[in-house]
Design a protein around this ligand. Structure first.
Ligand code: HT7
Ligand code: ZN
Length: 875
């Protein structure tokens, strides 16, 4: 495949001012007619040929200014259309193509999901509908006409406002939509089908009334109210926090069941994976409710950060994604709990982005080149991209950050912008030199920051020696030091933060210092007693921190740190230290008992009613097996890690059995279900207590879990109990799984949870179960949600199964990738990424994993998506 490079960027020779798109819908032969009004851009030489992108298109006809073109005037292949000698000035090019929505299993372009016609155009799907300059810097005004049989497609939707509709002969009807906002092709959408909807209104800050609609399969309307509520709260929040109002008279969301990702921010017509719309208490968990709220917010926020201001090219993807993730994270923090949200986001970052950044798929937040852009919708672009925006906000403060955002919206509205444009707004608005921030976008790899400290009683000074080092990553061996904001506190002997008189050796403002060199010595003056430093508060930068804090210091921080993130982090660090040492012991054939002081400290947090329940639940959660793999980094033995973690959990569970039982009992609530943060937290802490009771082998714990399952009045409680039974491999798990299947038979999303749960049972023979489940009616290889639920959960959520010592887990996943790749390359390539840390494995598994990757790589007919991933992985 061809490599696309950022350095090669140049604008198109032609601009497309308007697009008239006409879709005559048919399951197998949809007729597409597009009429483009084109003009050469300034500086384009007269007669320069015009080449439009296509992808697997069937060409039908072409006209220029309303007259048929002779075949000598153009070249039409499935992948491109070239007009050899375009006329001077404005001209109209009309092209007819034909596509087969039903045969479109890749779910890019125009496809059908349970009978509904639906489009997905980001990043390069529009070229699968018609020939176009299919890139984000070509902004056009679209008018779309949809036509089809009224009984099959009673609802016809596209971007913008409805301007015309009418009946036709033969039971057909049509609708015309006009979107006044110029947009790139990736934001185009059309939906047609037999859909029901719920509606509501929103009055904007300036008093305009916006019609809100959520479309779903008929019969599912009752499950859309949480999504609507989330949408209205998102709209208000963007007005209050960022001064951004919605701009069209109608905002529509459509839920479909076959979708490659979570959702898509098409202008005025968001399309969602139904997993992020449908919720009721019996089928959706608290996590689902929170997920819906944040994805709704994310896609809505794209209206300004993505749609009104878009990306100049796909290298700038983080411009819209990192910023919009930051915005949705802030929304959740304001709506729910800031510390809990921050801890969850950092856990996600460390679980997904850190391993990506440390392995063969590492890439800068803004890559320099790509072969397949679909493979760059990654944790690095999204989550690390959001961390960079957060660092800007940390450095500039609330007012400075808002001033920069205001300038960005004002200056670039209606444009396709770059990261340089974005940074310049903050630099100018706050008069700050932000040039080195660009390094965060351009350098891959997670920096390691080391901190060693000493206190000098004589001079009342506390000295912190800081270093930073970013490891080499594919294609980047040398790294420059980056600006790393370190939020800090010096915790005094009484547990309070100490006053600092003066700081030398680093740019510092209030409680944030900036590490900008490879090595810096920072001296804090006026420190009359030895403090315990609390560094990187709130995880102020996406780095690995190696501080010389010993166990006593960590226990002290766990008890006293005023920063809730670092209190939680102290518990995690203590647990991680133990798990690493215990894993080593197990590999030597030895055992290592947990530190009773640590267990006591956990108990103190768990029972501190001054802390919110959701936070206490997070503090009790041990690092996942995958977190331990990442920390061990080389020669990882997954079975030993798994044993170390199970043992520690059992020790805590049995030592704190009484406390956990009390906790469990006091947390039960028989009021009506509501997904608010308080009751969500209570359910999470109760589930955690139950899980420890079972893990500790407490008498009666299995019965308690079974009763919890049987008497649950909402999905959160039911699934938590089922998970405890299944993950601990208790005899009651199997009958409970059967009961669940009977209860939710036919409900695809609820059955996805059932598939995932079984796929994650940490046993070597889970692989056989997964194979069998592939024949269950609840599974389908054609639906991405089902594939992710069963196969994805096994590959990424079951270390014991996937990393089976005999390599059968790797062999299985490689086979699925080979089977899926021709049907849906995006989903296949994502599955393949489960191997991303294969080089860290111990030798036996490493060899087996490599063999499977090589087997995939040898396939001659591999898609560009999968071949790009596998070659980078082996490279
Ligand atoms: N901007 C969207 C990214 C996307 C996507 C969505 C659905 C299907 C395929 C897709 N490829 C890329 C989602 C978002 O970040 O909001
Ligand atoms: Zn997004």
């Amino acid at each position: 495949g061809q490599t696309i490079r950022l350095d090669d960027y140049r604008p198109t020779d032609y601009a497309i001012e308007t697009v008239r798109l006409d879709l005559k819908l048919d399951p197998k032969r949809t007729q597409v007619t597009s009429t483009l009004s084109l003009a050469a851009r300034d500086g384009t030489r007269g007669g320069t040929p015009l080449t439009l992108d296509g992808d697997a298109l069937t060409f039908v006809f072409a006209e220029l200014d309303g007259k048929p073109l002779s075949p000598d005037d153009y070249v039409a292949t499935p992948d491109a259309f070239t007009l050899k000698r375009p006329p001077e000035g404005l001209f109209e090019l009309t092209i007819g193509t034909e596509t087969n929505p039903e045969g479109n299993s890749a779910l890019m372009g125009l496809f059908r999901s349970s009978g509904t016609y639906c489009t997905q155009c980001e990043p390069e799907g529009f070229r699968r509908i018609t020939y176009f300059l299919d890139r984000p810097d070509v902004l056009s005004v679209y008018t779309t006409r949809l036509e089809g049989p009224k009984d099959q497609v009673p609802v016809l939707l596209s971007n913008g406002n409805p301007i015309e509709e009418g009946e036709l002969a033969d039971g057909h009807h049509y609708a015309v939509w006009h979107d006044p906002y110029p947009k790139p092709s990736y934001l185009f959408a059309a939906v047609a089908g037999n859909l029901a909807h719920i509606s509501d209104t929103f009055v904007t800050a300036s008093g305009r009334t916006v019609d809100l609609r959520i479309y779903v399969e008929p019969g599912k309307e009752d499950r859309c109210h949480w999504a609507m509520d989330s949408l209205k709260r998102s709209m208000r929040w963007d007005e209050v926090r960022f001064g951004r109002e919605y701009d069209l008279d109608i905002f529509m969301i459509v839920a479909v069941s076959d979708f490659n990702m979570g959702a898509m921010e098409n202008k005025g017509l968001n399309v969602f994976n139904d997993k992020y719309i449908l919720a009721d208490p019996t089928t959706a968990t608290d996590t689902d409710y929170a997920g819906i709220e944040s994805v709704i917010a994310h896609e809505y926020f794209h209206n300004w950060t993505g749609d009104r201001i878009t990306c100049r090219d796909w290298f700038q993807l983080c411009l819209k994604e990192g910023l919009t993730v930051f915005r949705d994270q802030e929304f959740t923090s304001d709506e729910r709990s800031r510390p809990v949200k921050r801890i969850s986001d950092v856990r996600t970052l460390k679980a997904h982005q850190f391993p990506e950044d440390a392995g063969p798929l590492a890439h800068p937040v803004r890559p320099q080149s790509y072969r397949e852009i679909n493979n760059f919708y990654t944790a690095t672009v999204y989550e690390k991209g959001a961390e960079i925006v957060r660092m800007l906000a940390t450095r500039l403060g609330e007012d400075g950050f808002r001033a920069g955002m205001d300038l960005y919206f004002e200056r670039h509205d209606g444009e396709a912008a770059t990261i340089e444009d974005f940074l310049a707004c903050f630099a100018e608005a706050t008069d700050t030199d932000l040039d080195t921030m660009l390094l965060w976008y351009n350098q891959a790899g997670t920096p390691t920051v080391t901190a060693t400290s000493s206190w000098d009683a004589g001079s009342s000074t506390f000295t912190l020696k800081l270093t930073q080092n970013t490891p080499s990553t594919p294609g980047q061996s040398e790294k420059a030091p980056m600006p790393i904001p370190i939020r800090f506190g010096l915790v005094g002997p009484n547990g309070d933060d100490m006053e600092v008189e003066r700081i030398e050796g680093a740019e510092a403002a209030a409680d944030v210092l900036l590490l900008s060199e490879h090595e810096q010595t920072v001296v804090f003056h006026g420190i009359g007693a030895r403090p315990v430093p609390s560094l990187l508060r709130g995880f102020s930068a996406p780095v690995r921190l190696e501080a010389d804090t010993d166990t006593a210091d960590l226990l002290f921080l766990l008890a006293h740190d005023s920063d809730p993130f670092n209190r939680w982090n102290a518990a995690q660090t203590l647990a991680m230290d133990h798990l690493k040492r215990s894993t080593e012991a197990i590999r030597r054939g030895d055992t290592l008992a947990a530190d009773p002081e640590f267990i006591k400290a956990l108990e103190t947090v768990a029972t501190d009613t001054g802390l919110e329940p959701a936070y206490r639940a997070l503090a009790l959660q041990l690092p996942a097996e995958s977190d331990v793999f990442r920390e061990i980094a080389t020669d990882v033995d997954p079975a030993a890690v798994s044993k170390a973690r199970t043992t520690l959990k059992g020790e805590i569970g049995s030592a704190l059995a009484g406390t956990m039982r009390d906790l469990y009992d006091t947390l039960q609530d028989d009021g009506p279900y509501h997904p608010d943060p308080e009751s969500t937290g209570r359910r999470a802490l109760s589930a955690c207590a139950l899980d420890y009771l079972v893990a500790g082998g407490t008498d009666g714990a299995e019965e308690l879990a079974k009763t919890h399952f049987d008497t649950a009045r909402n999905m959160t409680d039911r699934l938590a109990a089922l998970s405890t039974l299944a993950m601990n491999r208790l005899p009651s798990a199997e009958p409970a799984l059967e009961d669940y299947a009977k209860m939710f038979e036919g409900d695809a999303l609820a059955m996805d949870k059932w598939l995932s749960m079984q796929a994650m049972i940490p046993q070597p023979d889970t692989l056989d179960r997964v194979r069998e489940l592939m024949d269950h009616p609840a599974f389908s290889i054609a639906n991405p949600n089902r594939v992710r639920a069963l196969i994805g959960a096994f590959a990424t959520g079951n270390a014991t199964g996937f990393h089976r010592a005999d390599g059968a887990g790797y062999h299985f996943i490689a086979n699925i990738v080979i089977e899926l790749d021709p049907k849906n390359p995006q989903v296949a390539a994502r599955l393949l990424a489960a191997f991303r840390s294969w080089r860290s494995l111990e030798e036996g598994r490493r060899t087996l994993a490599r063999q499977e990757l090589e087997r995939v790589a040898e396939r001659a007919d591999l898609s560009r998506d999968s071949s790009d991933i596998v070659s980078r992985m082996l490279g």
